[in-house]
Structure formats: C-alpha cells, structure tokens
Design a protein around this ligand. Sequence first.
Ligand code: DX5
Ligand code: ZN
Length: 218
Amino acid sequence: MNDIGIAPSILAADFGYLMRDIKAIEENAEYLHIDVMDGHYVNNISFGIPVIESIRKYTDIKFYTHLMITNPEKYIKAFADAGSDNITFHLECSEDPDSLIKEIESYGKTAGIAVHPDTPIEKVFPYIGKVKIILVMTVYPGFGGQGYLASSGERIRKLKNAIDEAGADTVISVDGGVAESTIKEIYDAGARLFVAGSAVFHADDPAQAIENLKQCCI
Ligand code: DX5
Ligand code: ZN
C-alpha cells in the first residue's frame, strides 16, 4: 500500500479558496499536482508562476508541476525558483529532453516526462531510468473532469515491462480520469503515482477521498 501516491490536481480546486483546499489534503497526499497550461500546447489557460510562488509560502507539500506548455526550456528556472519539487514537461514539447532533465536536476529538483495519449508510448522508453516520473496522460491534456481513456491500460503495461526490463526505479504516474471506478485497473497495469483532480477536490471530504482511492488498490 505505501508504494501508492496520490497527487491531487489543483485544477479542480476552488481558486477562490485555494489554500483552504490545499490544507484539506496536505496531510494525506504525497504531492500537489499543479497544472500549468499556456493556451498553445493545450486549448486552455490555467495559471502560472506567481500562483505557485504564493502557495509555496503556506504549505510544505511537495509540488509536482505539470507543464503543458510549448518551449518549456524557457521557463524551467522560473518554475524551479517558484518552489516546484518535481517538474514534468511534455515529450512532445521538447526537442532536447536530455538537456531539460539535466537543467531541472541542476536546480535540485526531480524531473518527469509526460506523454500525450496520441504519442506512441515507446517514444518515452529512452528516458526510463533518467527521470523520476513518467506521466502517462490518460485523457487529452487541457481540461479536468474528462473520462479515463480505456486504451491506456495497454500503454501503461508496456511501459511497466520496459521499466522492469531496465531494472530502473522510474515511477509510472497517470493523469486524467482517475476515480474509484478506474484506479484499481490502472494500479494493476503498473502505475503507482495517481493524479486526481475531480475525484479529490469535488468530494465532500477530500482527505477521505484520497484514502478511499488508496483503498481501492488493495
Ligand atoms: C489535464 C490535467 C489533469 C487534470 C485531471 O490536462 O493534466 O491533471 O487536472 O483532472 P481529473 O482528475 O478531473 O481528470
Ligand atoms: Zn496534470
């Protein structure tokens, strides 16, 4: 059980009461997932660096920053300085992932690579063992509250096999449509770090929702 991590996505929080919502989950969650959207890579704009800097002052939970932005190399330092603990960028948005990983680590942060549902999963295999997290998108990036893409299980299993073959400790994370009805299947496929927006922040008791998600994996 303790190999499971839940990373609530603040995209589903009430931004008018953002710290209240973060305080509700900080004891139970392993990371806070922070979705940054630029209106270019994805068809939505969320929030950026000043918001991360502001919330950093009031919580010690680890920040798992998910950059859904083009040209991520321009902003790695800013997101590191703002207080991210992990910075995850999209494979599709970088021509030189290796140097991005090095840069992220040079700031004492861990790196992650996210993979779009339409990108063959094999494309991320060269980064196994080089990043802490591989984030398999299980919805089309851009919006919370979408349904889990059923084709994801096969992709996660292929990635898990490749990680095991390499003997690497890279963790498979998933993002999109994680709910009590889907998490067990995703866990069985090999994922261990679950991003969950609606399933946590739209629940009456977000901390309990996290525990319920974990229980579903038993
Ligand atoms: C989608 C974001 C997700 C989103 C997940 O582009 O990356 O993190 O907030 O939301 P749910 O859990 O509601 O599918
Ligand atoms: Zn995300």
